[in-house]
Design a protein around this ligand. Structure first.
Ligand SMILES: [Zn+2]
Length: 351
């Protein structure tokens, strides 16, 4: 029987082997792990120093997917990211993940609809230690008000050789899938550089490397476990670019993801449909962003879709142009897609 990365199928024996291997590793960092429903475990968060007995545990971990989330605000992500946040080196993470990956399953089981195995996983996983090359604080972002800690947690770096801010893109299990670079001081649309030849030239191991960022949603691995476990209706915020996304995360919207463009690919659409609930579109308020909002809202018509309401319309604003208060208002006053579309069409006709 052919098998993907899911490894040992569904027998009880492999399930316990999986829990054994994965939980042994995680329990080294997370105290007091207790089982809940659907392979979800609850424990004390190692990231904000939770002490057993002093508070309720707020760290949720899924032993099947390796995804985790802290409900007290430390964020979430895949196992590689957890290992790094508790201070392990890239090399350690690569070794550990090579051992544990066969026990992990693709995180996409909320809906019963079928999909191709591996749809949300990296075709060409990259080693974690690669990020070591870009471990420099992007001064440009710090100067425009981005929090150092937020940038660190997202592994935002700088390619000193090519003068670009680097954004790592991960698959839904948290495995590093690609790097996207942004030349500094360049805010125009379509200026992102998807690293392919840059990596092919770096090492023989990457000679056949390829990466299509449209098959990924930026930060999806960070929101999945939280939304998946949540008892409340799912609300997910969707931006166009990395900066807008980070800005929203930094200002109180941890469930924000970025499409890395104004188009919604089939994989991205499947992911959002799998989560269900409400999608709040927060694309830029420029020509491309509005055109994208119109198309995406239509594609997602099976979901509840809302659109951010910028304080000044048609000013080419994007979420990271807004102050915290403006952003909060823009989200609270979000229009339904239908209303947005009606007004937008009116504006196009009169303009
Ligand atoms: Zn925490």
């Amino acid at each position: 029987m052919p098998r993907g990365r899911g490894g040992g199928g569904g027998s009880n024996r492999s399930a316990s082997a999986r829990e054994g291997a994965v939980l042994t590793t995680v329990s080294k960092f997370v105290q007091g792990l207790k089982p809940g429903a659907n392979n979800n475990w609850l424990g004390y968060c190692p990231l904000h120093g939770e002490v057993p007995g002093r508070s309720k545990p707020s760290f949720s971990f899924n032993s099947e997917t390796g995804l985790w989330n802290c409900f007290s605000g430390c964020g979430g992500g895949g196992l590689p990211q957890l290992l790094k946040l508790v201070g392990r080196s890239g090399t350690f993470v690569d070794k550990t993940m090579a051992r544990l990956r066969p026990y992990l399953k693709e995180p996409a089981r909320k809906s019963t609809s079928s999909h191709k195995e591996g749809l949300f996983l990296a075709q060409h996983p990259l080693p974690e230690k690669l990020l070591g090359l870009y471990e420099y604080a992007p001064v440009d972002l710090l100067n425009t008000g981005f929090d150092k800690e937020v940038l660190y947690q997202h592994d935002i770096g700088f390619d000193r050789e090519l003068g670009r801010i680097t954004y790592p893109v991960r698959d839904l299990s948290g495995t590093l899938a690609g790097i996207v670079g942004k030349p500094i001081g360049d805010d125009g649309p379509g200026k992102y550089v998807v690293y392919e030849k840059e990596l092919q030239e770096k090492s023989k191991d990457f000679r056949n490397y390829s990466f299509d960022n449209h098959r990924f949603v930026w930060r999806w691995e960070r929101v999945y476990q939280r939304l998946y476990c949540s008892e409340e209706p799912t609300i997910i915020y969707v931006t166009e670019g990395f900066k807008a996304c980070l800005w929203m995360v930094q200002h109180g919207f941890p469930d924000t993801v970025a499409l890395m463009g104004t188009k919604l690919s089939t994989v991205q659409q499947k992911f959002l449909e799998r989560l269900g609930g409400t999608v709040i579109l927060c694309l830029d308020d420029d020509h491309w962003g509005r055109a994208g909002t119109r198309r995406i809202g239509y594609k997602l018509r099976g979901l509840r879709v809302k659109v951010i309401h910028y304080p000044y319309r048609y000013w080419d604003l994007q979420p990271d142009d807004l102050t915290e208060e403006e952003l909060l208002n823009a989200i609270n006053n979000a229009y339904t897609y239908t209303r947005w579309r009606r007004e937008w069409q009116g504006a196009v006709r009169s303009g």
